[in-house]
Design a protein around this ligand. Structure first.
Ligand code: G3H
Ligand code: 13P
Ligand code: ZN
Length: 322
């Protein structure tokens, strides 16, 4: 199977009450860990590449790694997506360079400007058989080199979504309902603590999601900033020389609920980073004499695979939907 767009996956996900995982890729082991899990579970998959990933690993290396995964995973549809495309030129470069889906993220711009930039990307993308994700509302957290403080974040305004989608022609819409990028999604002051002293974040704004879905029936919604920051990884990192106090994510059951509604794509990056970092830190602690990267990257890749398999089955619900 060649790389696909997300059109068919989203239609089936919407109708079936599940979501597709969109996992960020930056190197070979991450691509392999994610795709091995998806192939074994027969799960449709989105591999996404940020501007930072292209700067780190090089566009061509990443495209070729994903093309290799397509060959190795013949039973599942895989889309290659640009995550947080900052401008028309970056989107064009990915559309021309083999991606099947791009995000234009003009969400920090005024509404009319967001429409104008998004529309331009949509016209070029659709002419080339590529689909477009756009964003309305602003998430808190860190994307590439841009840090959005919690006070500067804003929920999506449901009253804007119909005009935005009609005027831009975008294929899916990322909305802000309280998720946030990175491993520190909420400050301690925004959370309560459970009996174990672990931070419990404020609930997602399902009222906003439901209002958006009512206004855009059948239209695929995307959630960014959807890592759950598994506490076993945070604990392992902290026990093996790391310092990640009070790292906190989105509870998995809330993401599962969103996937049953109109959310068709759920973005996960930080949990991959945590799985990899926790495993490598522990490995170094336990094997101080080892220095062959294969020795520690192999368990890191396995940890990514196990974490992605768990997301596919227990959070996204997309196993055996390929
Ligand atoms: O939304 C941001 C993603 O986690 C990508 O992160 O820009 O550091 O590659 P990055
Ligand atoms: P996390 O930082 O929660 O993994 O979000 C990733 C993301 O939204 C990528 O676009
Ligand atoms: Zn994002």
């Amino acid at each position: 199977m060649a790389l696909v767009t997300t059109t068919e996956m989203f239609k089936k996900a919407y109708d079936g009450g599940y979501a597709i995982g969109a996992f960020n890729v930056n190197n070979m082991e991450i691509v392999q860990g994610i795709t091995e899990a998806a192939q074994e579970l027969k799960a449709p998959l989105i591999l996404q590449v940020s501007k930072g990933a292209r700067a780190y690993a090089n566009h061509t290396y990443l495209v070729k790694l994903v093309e290799a995964a397509v060959i190795e995973c013949p039973d599942i549809p895989i889309a290659l997506h640009l995550d947080h495309g900052p401008d028309f030129e970056t989107c064009k470069s990915c559309i021309d360079g083999g991606f099947t889906s791009v995000m234009i993220d003009a969400s920090s711009k005024p509404f009319a400007e967001n429409i104008e930039i998004t529309k331009k990307v949509v016209e070029y993308a659709h002419d080339h058989g590529v689909v477009v994700e756009a964003e309305l509302g602003t998430l808190a957290g860190i994307e590439d080199d841009v840090k959005v403080a919690a006070h500067a974040a804003s929920y999506t305004r449901p009253e804007e979504v119909e005009e935005f989608v009609a005027k831009t022609g975008c294929d899916s819409l990322a909305i802000a309902i309280g998720t946030s990028h990175g491993a520190y999604k909420f400050t301690a002051a925004q959370c309560t603590r459970n009996e174990k002293g672990i931070l419990v974040p404020p609930p997602l704004r399902f009222d906003v999601l439901e209002e958006v879905s009512k206004r855009l029936p059948g239209f695929p919604i995307v959630l960014h900033g959807s890592s759950s920051v598994p506490q076993e990884f945070v604990k392992a990192i902290n026990e093996h020389g790391g310092q990640m106090p009070d790292a906190v994510g989105i509870p998995e059951e809330q993401l599962r609920h969103a996937a049953e509604l109109s959310v068709c794509k759920i973005n996960i990056d930080s949990d991959l980073r945590l799985a990899m970092t926790a495993t490598i830190r522990q490995y170094f602690d336990e094997h101080p004499g080892d220095f062959d990267p294969r020795q520690y990257l192999k368990p890191a890749r396995s940890a990514i695979k196990a974490m992605v398999a768990h997301k596919i089955v227990d959070v996204l619900g997309c196993d055996h939907k390929a």
